[in-house]
Design a protein around this ligand. Structure first.
Ligand SMILES: Nc1ncnc2c1ncn2[C@@H]1O[C@H](COP(=O)(O)OP(=O)(O)O)[C@@H](O)[C@H]1O
Ligand SMILES: [Mg+2]
Length: 369
């Protein structure tokens, strides 16, 4: 069982192993993250830190993961400084252990890390306004700008083939062929929809292979709740949750935000008439993202932003369908057929994007000015 409340011994052990100013710290559960156990530590004298027990069921190679995070945050801080910003506020800051390591393993085997607490921010699970969505876009765009010169191929691929869409397509074909639960006959239309887009599935990975798109540092979990907004101005100031930072494609990071954030309905909506890719939300995010990128993407990357949205949405729909065919073993479900519903919303979004393609392209070129 994962728990947020620690024994006093464990608290003492963890606090004493990181390089933080002395004082009587209290540790309290913080935020609404679902992956790691997050705690806020304060000593009442203004020194505050985020401590996280890293979920090593999900992330099995913690040393590689923390190696990525350490290098990326150090690079971000240098870039922020060069741009005249505040590196302790516009980037996460990893606190080292007394042994100078970026994480500490406790006597129970738990892996811990600590960050400076970024003060005076808010973090939203859902956008309250289109402007907040745009602000997350700006923060993720700035993330691309600040890391544009980072050697992305030197990062560890902590989740191999995460957005290898053709490989996921092969897994889908395999699931259709095996059809262990006899569910294939219920989903002929969905299967056909995806099979008809086989070529599209590999367009981005092919462009990368041919050198037409550059390998970038990607975040891979570009949700609004992974951006801290300034409490006063509500501007997106700091990208957090760097566990899935890996080499990848900038257009996939953009695309996944659109897939999730520009949809007019929840991911498992059963009434498909409610599911659309909102062009006004697409525009809001694209404006923010492109402002944040500040011209640092290549022409081809700008041109492939709509394809990033479509690819991420196809891939996600295909993964839900694969899981449905195989008996719902990967994505947690709360009711029968939920993965199929999720697949259907994604395919509806793909079809909707195809219908709005020219407008998506026009919006991107307008946002570029
Ligand atoms: N350095 C930080 N400063 C301020 N708040 C933070 C910081 N790091 C994390 N948080 C808060 O903790 C929450 C969970 O952190 P996150 O790294 O996203 O964990 P998870 O992987 O579980 O989503 C965030 O949504 C945010 O509210
Ligand atoms: Mg998070």
């Amino acid at each position: 069982m994962r728990k947020n409340h620690l024994s006093p011994e464990l608290e003492g052990e963890i606090l004493s192993n990181f390089r933080i100013p002395s004082g009587e710290y209290t540790l309290v559960p913080y935020g609404s993250g679902h992956i790691n156990d997050t705690l806020l530590a304060g000593n009442g004298k203004g020194d505050r830190y985020i401590f996280q027990r890293i979920n090593n069921n999900i992330f099995q190679d913690v040393p590689a993961l923390m190696g990525n995070i350490l290098r990326v945050t150090e690079f971000l801080q240098d870039s922020v400084r060069k741009n005249g910003g505040d590196p302790r506020r516009e980037s996460l800051t990893v606190i080292r252990t007394v042994d100078n390591a970026p994480y500490y393993q406790d006597r129970e085997g738990g892996y811990w890390r600590a960050y400076l607490f970024v003060e005076d921010t808010v973090c939203r699970d859902r956008a309250e306004t289109a402007e907040e969505f745009a602000q997350s876009g700006e923060a993720f765009g700035r993330f691309q700008k600040l890391l544009a010169d980072f050697p992305a191929d030197s990062l560890a691929e902590t989740i191999p083939d995460f957005h290898n869409t053709p490989k996921r397509f092969e897994a889908f074909l395999d699931a259709i062929q095996k059809d262990p639960l006899g569910r294939k006959k219920e989903v002929e239309r969905e299967i056909e929809f995806l099979l008809a887009r086989r070529e599209d599935m590999s367009r981005l990975t092919e462009a990368l292979r041919k050198g037409e798109l550059p390998l970038r540092v990607t975040h891979n979990d570009t949700k609004l709740n992974n951006v801290l907004l300034d409490r006063e101005t509500l501007r997106g100031i700091c990208v957090i949750d760097l566990d899935t930072v890996m080499p990848g494609l900038s257009v996939n990071d953009f695309g996944d935000s659109i897939r999730f954030g520009a949809s007019t309905a929840p991911e498992d909506e059963q009434d498909l008439s409610k599911v659309e890719m909102s062009l006004s939300l697409f525009r809001a995010y694209a404006e923010g993202f492109l402002r944040g990128c500040d011209g640092r993407l290549t022409e081809n990357e700008y041109a492939c932003l709509p394809l990033g949205a479509k690819t991420m949405t196809m891939e996600c729909g295909m993964r839900f369908l694969t899981d449905y065919l195989l008996g719902d073993t990967y994505f947690k479900t709360h009711r029968p057929g939920q993965n199929l519903d999720r697949c259907r919303t994604q395919l509806k979004l793909v079809a909707d994007m195809e219908g709005k393609w020219a407008e998506m392209e026009r919006i991107i070129s307008e946002c570029r000015g």
